[in-house]
Design a protein around this ligand. Sequence first.
Ligand code: OAD
Length: 249
Amino acid sequence: MKDLVRRLTPAARITVLTGAGVSAASGVPTFRGKDGLWKNFRPEALATAEAFGRDPSLVWEWYAWRRFRIATCEPNAAHLALADLDRTGRLDLLITQNIDGLHLAAGSPPQRVIEIHGSIRDSVCLACGDRRPMVETLDRVRGGDPDPSCLVCGGVLKSATVSFGQNLDPALLARAEEAAAGCDLFLAVGTSLTVYPAARLPEIAVDAGARLVIVNAESTPLDGLADGVLRGEAGDLLSAIVAPVVAPT
Ligand code: OAD
């Protein structure tokens, strides 16, 4: 670990990709962990256009459950370490697959955070793009409307998160790919690196000559590509990695 930290410390341009493992210690369920189920449904069975078309009120109920769970969660040591890293001026971009907003809550600046799978804070109209706080839409569901439509154009509303089968925002993806290709260190933290196109970002970085470090509780399919793999709890490991970068001795 010490040797790895010594090699990381000089990195001038760092890009970070985070996943559900970073928020696990805050109490947000991971996707592929044992606590990822809700009423015996896997997220893949609910976060789709088909599930929404079949039973919108079930999907809104699931969003309300997830939003409530997330609303009670606080950033943990991993989020705080990445916000500290940002303050060193070496963090080019923090790309997160998480929709919980905890990096922003920890103080990472919005201009250097990309929520590549969207955010559960808002709902969005699929027709006109009108975006408003999710809580307003959920209030309408609670008030008896099982499938509220857009207040501006009457279009279909959904959570401002990316569903399975839905494309990512091309501008955000392009910015993430650019940051991956332009960094000298790519740090992947708390992600199974199994969901594309986000899982392509470490490969883009390595192809462009960056070093790759993976911090995760379990092995990932990209471990063989990495210069360093740290296995364990994201908060503990990130705190140890970032401390000497923030305050070099
Ligand atoms: P996963 O649930 O697939 O993976 C989380 C990873 O974090 C696993 O490999 C765990 O071993 C690891 N982990 C769990 N707790 C940890 C901890 N405390 N410290 C370190 N590692 C820990 O979540 P993601 O990779 O984020 O997409 O999943 C990617 C995407 O899959 C999600 O954004 C979501 C889902 O489909 C969409 O919703 C579009």
